[in-house]
Write a protein that binds this ligand. Structure first.
Ligand code: FE
Length: 232
């Protein structure tokens, strides 16, 4: 399996390129519109065919590259079920397994950051956690139908029940971290360690963070699969 973590440094967003090197099929998870040329270069140089782009959730901080990549490659655009994205090729349900050649990508419903968020477990060994679980952190829950109690339940009851050695690849990092494990996050993640559900909700509801710079354009554009208003 080819597994690459690619960074958009302006927004601290990780895109993941996953490919079966025998069949040459590939998937991109959470592509960023400004990085489509980079992603296409990787696909071309490695001789890969993009089968689908997959979103962990409807992002508020960047615009997805899925629409452009669909136009350029003819790939599918797949979003979590219940995401309000009428233009997607299709949606993926909790527990569903998507295949890229011999690689299995299993969706795990992890709402809380948004109401339709999925994590993706790749071949049972690494989990793309989107913004549900970050390295020593988690996504905020104060907009986009976020719910702190739901996030606490999903992380502690679903992600933290994966084997300790499962590699954690987040949707963002703002401190230069790249990968962690479920075992490490259970032991060291300061959002969850030492906090019960009520304390977590209290903490998350009082973060008092400014809105992401691009929220006003990013959310409506992502609900159109990444098309800008001028492109509609
Ligand atoms: Fe997000």
């Amino acid at each position: 399996m080819l597994f690459r973590q690619l960074l958009d440094s302006e927004t601290g967003t990780y895109t993941y390129l996953i490919a079966d090197l025998v069949t040459k099929e590939a998937a991109l998870v959470d592509p960023v519109i400004e990085q489509v040329d980079r992603d296409q270069k990787w696909l071309k140089e490695l001789g890969l065919t993009l089968k689908f782009c997959l979103e962990t959730h409807i992002h508020a901080d960047h615009i997805t590259g899925t629409s452009k990549l669909r136009e350029l490659t003819g790939c599918e655009g797949i979003v979590p079920e219940h995401a309000h994205v009428a233009c997607a090729s299709r949606s993926v349900q909790d527990g569903e397994v998507l295949r890229v050649g011999e690689i299995e990508i299993q969706a795990i419903a992890t709402p809380g950051h948004t109401d339709s968020h999925m994590a993706y477990l790749v071949n049972g060994t690494q989990v793309l956690t989107g913004d549900a679980l970050l390295i020593r952190g988690c996504g905020r829950t104060d907009f986009q139908s976020g719910d702190a109690g739901t996030l606490y339940d999903r992380v502690t009851q679903h992600l933290f029940t994966l084997p300790d050695e499962t590699l954690v690849y987040p949707g963002h990092d703002y401190r230069g971290n790249t990968v962690s494990t479920i075992g490490e996050e259970k032991q060291w993640n300061p959002r969850f360690v030492g906090r019960n559900r009520a304390q977590f909700i209290e903490f998350m509801n009082n973060l008092d963070l400014p809105n992401p710079k691009k929220i006003a354009e990013a959310v409506p554009a992502n609900e159109r699969c990444g098309r800008m208003a001028s492109m509609v």
